[in-house]
Design a protein around this ligand. Structure first.
Ligand SMILES: Cc1cc2nc3c(=O)[nH]c(=O)nc-3n(C[C@H](O)[C@H](O)[C@H](O)COP(=O)(O)OP(=O)(O)OC[C@H]3O[C@@H](n4cnc5c(N)ncnc54)[C@H](O)[C@@H]3O)c2cc1C
Length: 582
């Protein structure tokens, strides 16, 4: 299974090799080096029967972000256009195969393939190599961008920027595919400062809330075959497809956009965590006060250290004199290529010397504090995209637990204070036993829920399965607080810790106070052996996240019914999705 305490412990070379190898993925997915085309005698798996001859097919390697789901050889087709996918779906139905879309493989969770599954009857479809066009229409109201499934979000935001357009929110890494991002209801770190209104055409919620239309491959019962069908945002049938976990195949999508703006991003490393994560109303340099002032705040708190790396972004039409202008994304090179003192400590932690964890935490913090100075990145100014993208695929491949708390704006400080107090107490307790299940940081950032008033056409409603979908019974819950804890894959005790943590979060952030939802792309449903395994969480807790407070036509059950209508043969599924979305 994916995240295993008992799983392989990555060596320093393995971790850094993973990072270096990841450099190949920028832009078009993994390198095709080593691909074995259909018909080549070197092929190690049986050739799919009667495969459409003109669609390129080769055995390729599949590896997910944390390298916890790896296959040396999976038949991988390259879609040249949307019609190829219709033909593949029909072929797969007739021959008992399954089709899995493949973006940049930057997911943790088993939504594409499951670890250890039989892949002989699976064909992955690479969308990023050829199905990747982007076109912007700046003239409409709202302005829109139409992108093929395999366009990267960096390509989309770059095209928008050229037309003076942008989004409020984006994931931190740009090389993921738009369809992969939408499948999990991707989010960013943009939340409104006190009194700040959204720029028309943008959204403070998930990327899925920007979708105005999409085209998916769906079953036509009368014709007895699959076909392309366009869904508009006003169609009731679109809402399950706006965040679908890979239970459908999207070929193209149109999203709204709004006027781009300039952003200032300031970093600091001198606010003690107890001051920053103080309860509501506390004096001093609190997370709450930064949210009021800037809205956009992120804190990264390394294990057993005193002062987190705090980032604030603020809208700033003019360049402040103290800021340095940036002309492209990914300014923090020190977090994309890990400095030697950190890798030295990392190598020891990875090889099982857990007691070094506090020193490892200190070296991670030290690298950031020194890196900000050395690279002159503590006060930056530039276009919004260039400051929203701040992670490259060469960053460390860690595993992540946590999720999102949906609640009232007034509760932000309370939620974060409670979580950090809990985390500190538990990590200190385990350290007293000589155990260090967590060796990398806690991260917190915010966005808003998927507000339908931000959608500038008629909207049939919020994405059913977006983690930040609103709760109609709680109109006061406007805020989404993303909290993650990350660690090196294979760390002893990690899965049990993540299990304890997510059960605590689900229990604490409930009732009248808040609701907790898992982050689809990361780690969830932990048992003591790994993620995506706990039957009670998968079968009870998760569906309840999308049933509570929702009518039957807008949540979990309506989504599952729609997935089955669109794909009754479950061509677009895998064993894990069959269990999660029966
Ligand atoms: C370093 C890093 C930073 C990240 N930062 C953020 C962040 O800030 N915010 C955030 O929300 N997420 C973040 N993510 C998670 C990322 O958004 C998701 O993992 C996303 O799904 C990755 O897209 P992908 O192209 O790699 O898709 P893949 O990993 O290839 O696939 C993921 C899912 O998308 C489905 N899919 C892909 N293409 C299609 C298609 N055409 N039709 C239907 N389904 C499809 C797959 O079937 C699978 O279910 C981050 C990930 C990494 C590794």
């Amino acid at each position: 299974m994916s995240i295993r305490a008992s799983g392989p412990i990555l060596s320093r070379r393995g971790l850094l090799g993973a990072a270096a190898g990841a450099a190949l993925v920028m832009g078009t997915g993994w390198s095709h080096a080593g691909a074995v085309p259909l018909g080549d005698p070197a092929a190690t798996i049986a050739a799919p029967p009667n495969f459409p001859a003109d669609i390129p097919l080769a055995q390729q390697r599949f590896v997910n972000w944390a390298k916890t789901i790896e296959f040396d050889a999976v038949w991988t087709a390259t879609a040249r256009d949307a019609q190829d996918i219709v033909r593949l779906a029909d072929w797969a139905r007739i021959h008992g195969f399954r089709i899995r879309p493949r973006g940049s493989m930057h997911s943790w969770s088993p939504l594409t393939l499951e670890a250890g599954q039989n892949v002989e009857k699976v064909v992955l479809v690479d969308t990023m190599s050829q199905l990747n066009s982007v076109s912007v229409d700046p003239t409409g109201y709202p302005a829109t961008v139409t992108a093929d499934a395999g366009a990267s979000i960096e390509a989309i935001l770059s095209a928008l920027q050229k037309e003076g357009l942008g989004w409020a929110n984006s994931p931190a890494i740009g090389d993921i595919s738009i369809a992969g991002a939408l499948s999990i209801g991707a989010h960013g770190s943009t939340y409104p400062a006190a009194g700040e209104a959204v720029v028309a055409g943008q959204s403070f919620g998930s990327l899925s809330n920007l979708v105005l239309a999409l085209t998916a491959v769906v079953w036509n019962d009368a014709a007895g075959s699959y076909e392309l069908r366009e869904f508009r945002r006003s169609d009731a049938e679109i809402t399950p497809l706006l965040a679908h976990l890979g239970r459908t195949f999207v070929t193209s999508v149109t999203l709204q956009a709004g006027a781009n703006y300039r952003v200032r991003c300031q970093s600091s490393t001198d606010v003690p965590w107890r001051e920053l994560f103080a309860p509501p109303g506390a004096p001093g340099r609190t997370f709450e006060s930064y949210v009021e002032q800037h809205g956009r705040v992120e804190a990264i708190w390394f294990p057993f250290t005193e002062t987190p790396w705090l980032k604030t972004w603020s809208v700033s039409p003019e360049k402040p004199a103290e800021s340095r202008e940036v002309f492209g994304p990914y300014p923090y090179v020190f977090s994309d290529s890990i400095p030697e003192p950190v890798t030295d400590a990392l190598a020891q932690v990875a090889s099982g010397n857990q007691a070094i964890t506090p020193a490892f935490g200190a070296s991670q913090f030290g690298a950031v504090a020194a890196g900000l100075v050395a690279t002159d990145t503590s006060d930056l100014w530039g276009w919004s995209k260039d400051l929203m993208f701040y992670l490259r695929a060469t960053t460390l491949r860690v595993v992540a637990g946590g999720g999102v708390v949906v609640t009232r704006r007034e509760n932000i400080a309370q939620v974060i204070h409670e979580f950090t107090t809990w985390l500190h107490e538990r990590m200190t307790y385990y350290a007293s036993l000589g155990q260090y299940p967590v060796n990398m940081p806690f991260e917190v950032r915010l966005c808003r829920i998927d507000d339908q008033s931000e959608v500038l056409t008629d909207s049939a409603g919020a994405p059913n399965l977006s983690p930040v979908r609103p709760r109609p019974d709680r109109p006061d819950w406007d805020t989404a607080i993303w909290m993650n804890v990350v660690s090196i894959p294979g760390t002893a005790g990690l899965s049990a810790f993540f299990r304890e943590m997510e059960q605590w979060m689900a229990d604490r952030y409930s009732g009248d106070y808040a609701t907790f939802r898992s982050e689809w792309s990361k780690g969830w449903a932990f048992d003591n052996e790994g993620g995506y395994r706990d039957a009670g969480f998968l079968g009870g807790t998760i569906p309840a996240m999308y049933r509570e407070g929702l009518s039957s036509d807008e949540g979990w059950d309506a989504a599952l019914a729609a997935f089955d209508r669109n794909d009754p043969h479950r061509v677009f599924s895998n064993g894990f999705l069959d269990r999660l979305l029966p």
